[in-house]
Design a protein around this ligand. Structure first.
Ligand code: APR
Ligand code: ZN
Ligand code: ZN
Length: 239
């Protein structure tokens, strides 16, 4: 695996701006024309000049500007997976990955139709995650995490759009974005495996919990939740 230094990641997706605009930095809220108050990292061994406090950077695609040093500090504070997200417009550069613990995603097909999707069968996803020890990417490294309500059974209509969602969920699973370790908002339990903002339908034949069928907006909603984590149809195209 090729690992990049944090500065390499910043420089890959941001270019240095020569004429500093009269705007504020969205991270530190100070003017771009005054220096970032984050500490400059020591310059690398090869003598390459590190990011300086007054260096202003511009994202290569969305064009938003901010202190490069502020962006570097934000990156170093996160999972450092080689991806960046513009704090202004949320555009993702590179491949965002999450902190989902080890587990299994299985897919089955069910002949029965879902309420609201009478013309097709059903895709069933079963997520199994066993308890384990938290890694450095988790809130309390070294401590155990629990797993409640596993295996979790989830349902999609077996039509074109449902199958597309399934393929994107597989990408999200590979990128460790489906679950995370944290505090459950339902039970209040800390250090447990929880959903990570990509909604799943866990009720097949009713909608008592709000996480069931029918729900005419579900597939569109989950597509936009996937997109906000950088998982889009582009990920399904061959490179
Ligand atoms: N099914 C699907 N999603 C749910 C459910 C549910 N029964 N309950 C809550 N969610 C959604 C919430 O809407 C929220 O967006 O999961 C997100 C995270 O909520 P938490 O309570 O922090 O998640 P977690 O503890 O993982 O799960 C709550 O979901 O699948 C069930 O068995 C699971 O009972 C547990 C519940
Ligand atoms: Zn700043
Ligand atoms: Zn942006």
């Amino acid at each position: 695996v090729l690992t990049r230094s944090s500065e390499d990641v910043i420089r890959r997706y941001m270019e240095v701006v020569a004429e500093v605009p009269e705007e504020d930095c969205i991270i530190c809220m100070d003017q771009l024309s005054s220096p970032s108050s984050y500490e400059t990292p020591p310059s690398s061994e090869d003598g390459v000049q590190s990011v300086l406090p007054d260096t202003v950077g511009k994202f290569i695609t969305c064009g938003h500007t901010l202190h490069m040093l502020c962006m570097l500090a934000m990156y170093n504070n996160g999972t450092k997976d080689g991806s960046l997200q513009c704090p202004s417009c949320k555009t993702i550069y590179g491949e965002k990955t999450g902190t989902q613990p080890k587990g299994k995603m299985e897919i089955y097909s069910i002949a029965q139709s879902l309420p609201g999707h009478p013309d097709c069968g059903t895709i069933q996803i079963i997520y199994s995650v066993p308890p384990g020890v938290q890694g450095p990417e988790h809130p309390n490294p070294g401590q155990l995490y629990t797993c409640r309500g596993f295996p979790r059974f989830c349902f999609l209509p077996d039509n074109d759009k449902g199958r597309k969602v399934l393929e994107l969920l597989k990408v999200a699973w590979m990128r460790r974005l489906i679950f995370t370790v944290g505090t459950s908002s339902t039970t209040g339990e800390p250090d447990t495996v929880v959903w990570n903002g990509i909604h799943h339908k866990t009720e097949m034949m009713s909608n008592l919990s709000g996480h069931g069928y029918p729900d005419p907006n579900y597939l569109d909603n989950v597509l936009s939740e996937l997109a906000s984590q950088g998982v889009t149809e582009d990920c399904l195209k061959p490179p």
